[in-house]
Design a binder for this molecule. Structure first.
Ligand code: AMP
Length: 308
């Protein structure tokens, strides 16, 4: 099944203990689409300014991502600047320059309306909802958000959540969204807000999937946790969450049916893609990644947790 992804296409200025890079290609939709493109057809909807060049677009088209949904506006592309300290677990945002996002009205090209899976990557929840409403027949909707929107647009986000089947969120953001310091309780509160399932991402410690009773017709509603690969050198964590989401949603979209086993494997593929994303700055690692490398690392993930 093809995935339609809407989200930010950005230039990121990133500082980590390993160095600083100015205005590299980033954005939630970019990282998501590149990761998901290894599993299924991806169609992206977003907005860029006049500083977005043919070379930037080629990063996506080279991976087969369909870019007809990228709108070009007068002005500058969205710019995010952030810094990671020694533990690399959370970015400190220095700057969020919305630029062309201020006036963005997502338009879905006609040829994309048959997409069966929709991913609402991190972006203003009002825009996420606008896209959801243009896709009434979609079969599965995934979504992401961040503290910037939980703090700034909580009410609007509440409305958007009603149209999302699977929410992927960091543990800190999950607790913030549910206003609850207990993670399992926060997850269960989020499950009363609309989503049937929520994936709580724990950065270097993996991710946990919580379900609503009877979600997707599955028998077992027990949560499932997948580990993260212990990586010695995390170069730049930017995009790890979106790449996780790309692997997770991409794998699900490539399967004929949602089963518990498919969801568990999707959690592993999410972890695999997140682990590659952090090995270099921005999108650099995913741009040169191969499907064989993905499968090899998937095996390593399985070994990490297998009981005889
Ligand atoms: P993550 O995968 O969580 O590390 O997301 C990183 C990406 O999110 C970066 O490439 C940023 O361009 C993008 N980003 C940062 N802040 C925002 C925001 N407020 N809205 C949309 N995208 C953002």
């Amino acid at each position: 099944m093809a995935i339609l992804a809407v989200g930010s296409i950005a230039f990121d200025t990133i500082k980590t203990p390993y160095g600083k890079k100015e205005r590299v290609l980033g954005g939630s939709a970019t990282h998501f689409s590149l990761a998901a493109s290894f599993f299924t057809e991806v169609r992206v909807v977003g907005v860029v300014g006049s500083d977005f060049t043919a070379e930037h677009e080629a990063v996506m088209t080279t991976r087969g991502v369909r870019t007809e949904g990228i709108q070009r506006a007068n002005g500058k592309t969205f710019h995010w600047s952030g810094e990671y300290g020694e533990n690399l677990s959370e970015a400190k945002t220095h700057l969020t320059e919305l630029n062309v996002f201020e006036e963005f009205k997502p338009r879905i090209p006609k040829e994309f309306l048959d997409s069966e899976v929709l991913f609402l990557a991190n972006i203003d929840p009002v825009l996420q909802r606008g896209v959801r409403e243009q896709m009434p027949k979609v079969k599965l909707v995934g979504g992401d958000t961040m503290n910037f929107w939980i703090g700034g647009k909580r009410k609007e986000l509440g409305e958007t959540l009603k149209g999302i089947d699977i929410l992927l969120i960091n543990d800190g953001e999950g607790k913030l969204l549910a206003s609850d310091p207990s993670l399992p309780r926060a997850a269960n509160k989020i499950l009363t807000m609309g989503p049937k399932a929520v994936v709580i991402k724990h950065g270097e410690y993996g991710a946990t999937l919580f379900f609503k009773e009877g979600a997707f017709g599955l028998e077992s509603g027990h949560p499932f946790r997948a580990p993260a690969l212990p990586i010695e050198e995390v170069f730049d964590p930017t995009g790890a969450g979106d790449s996780f989401a790309g692997g997770f949603m991409g794998y699900i979209a490539s399967q004929p049916k949602i089963t518990r086993e498919v969801l568990k494997r999707a959690m592993f593929y999410g972890g695999v893609m997140g682990s590659f994303a952090v090995e270099r700055f921005g999108t650099e690692r995913i741009q040169v990644l191969t499907r064989d490398e993905i499968e090899n690392r998937f095996q390593v993930f399985q070994e990490l947790t297998r009981l005889e």
